[in-house]
Write a protein that binds this ligand. Structure first.
Ligand code: TRP
Length: 334
């Protein structure tokens, strides 16, 4: 009887002491975990090709993430550049998905399309995609529906046409130079053509399959058109130096659709700010990281342009830029 009671007391003691030991060790483990094993956020970025505008967008993305509390030192950015190669787009997209990134960002249409083909459930943020619906990336800009949302850069075509009229009133035929392999360009050319024809211009299309055909195409088109217009097109942007050098003798006014191309030897344009596009993309990625769902996050649209005029190029072409155009310009290159 006595022994039994002693055993019972002992058993209670064992349970109490053992239990409290286990409890405190569990607690310590939990505490240690939250400080040493803190999960680093991983952001996968696929840039389609190197050209100054996309480089600026990537910089903006990092700035936008930092503004939302994801500083470069605190997160891991898994960055890849496909250098304009479609097969690299496909393999890098798969790689970025299997690298277990928390969010994926595609800079330019072909890379966003590559990522979209590689995953149907990882969140994807589109970095500056001109026509997300036409490129089959989202169903609806307001309610994307799938695993993709992001930022869209629309070309301010109407304002560009007004600038063409103001700077070069004698132009009648405009040649549109663009890449036949980019979905983003097709839509822009259609829209530009429609608006230009309404404004009384004749538009001739010159599409190139790759950068290799730019020089020969330029040689033909400079003999047939009064001015050259270029949409927001990665292929042309990545080889813009060739466009400029092929125009040396013909001296046609070139109206491209990004500041970098105007700086490199275009005449003028009305453009969307590239760094702003990147910042908005980075902020949207941050929003997704904090729990927002792409399917319910509307695509953010940038369509307000500011004019940029290359005064140096105007001088070379013998064009006098009207004072009011210079006054209104967002940027003048001297
Ligand atoms: N909007 C382009 C696309 O959808 C990418 C892009 C952004 C771009 N900025 C640019 C291309 C400037 C040429 C020049 O692919």
């Amino acid at each position: 009887m006595k022994n039994k009671r002693l055993l019972a007391v002992l058993a209670v003691l064992v349970v109490l002491v053992g239990g409290s030991l286990i409890y405190s060790s569990l607690n310590k483990g939990g505490g240690a975990k939250s400080t040493t094993d803190k999960k680093t956020v991983k952001v996968g970025v696929l840039q389609y090709v190197s050209h100054p505008s996309l480089d600026l967008i990537y910089k903006g993305i990092k700035d936008g993430l930092a503004e939302e509390g994801y500083k470069a030192d605190d997160i891991k950015i898994d960055f890849m550049n496909a250098e304009g190669d479609q097969s690299k787009v496909a393999t890098m997209s798969k790689q970025l998905v299997s690298n277990d990134n928390d969010v994926l960002i595609g800079i330019a249409t072909p890379s966003a399309q590559g990522l979209a083909a590689a995953t149907k459930d990882k969140p994807i943020v589109m970095g500056a995609i001109t026509d997300p619906v036409g490129a089959n990336l989202v169903k609806n800009l307001e309610k994307p529906g799938g695993n993709i949302t992001g930022v869209s850069d629309r070309n301010p075509a109407k304002q560009q046409l007004e600038l063409i009229k103001k700077l070069t009133p004698n132009v009648k035929t405009i040649g549109a130079l663009y890449s036949s392999s980019e979905d983003n360009s097709k839509t822009q050319v259609e829209e530009f053509k429609k608006l230009a024809e309404e404004a009384g211009y004749k538009v001739e299309e010159y599409s190139v399959p790759s950068t290799n055909e730019i020089a020969s195409t330029m040689n033909v088109m400079t003999g047939k058109v009064d001015a050259i217009w270029i949409p927001i097109d990665n292929t042309i942007a990545s080889a813009f130096a060739t466009v400029v050098s092929s125009n040396k003798d013909a001296k046609k006014p070139i109206y491209p659709s990004a500041t970098a191309m105007v700086e490199e030897g275009g005449l003028a344009s009305v453009v969307v700010d590239q760094h702003d596009l990147g910042v908005a993309t980075g902020k949207m990625a941050a929003k997704i990281l904090k729990g927002a769902k792409p399917e319910e996050t509307p695509v953010e649209i940038f369509n307000k342009g500011k004019s940029v005029i290359n005064k140096k190029n105007a001088k070379e072409l013998g064009i006098t830029v009207p004072e009011d155009a210079l006054k209104e310009a967002g940027q003048v290159i001297e």
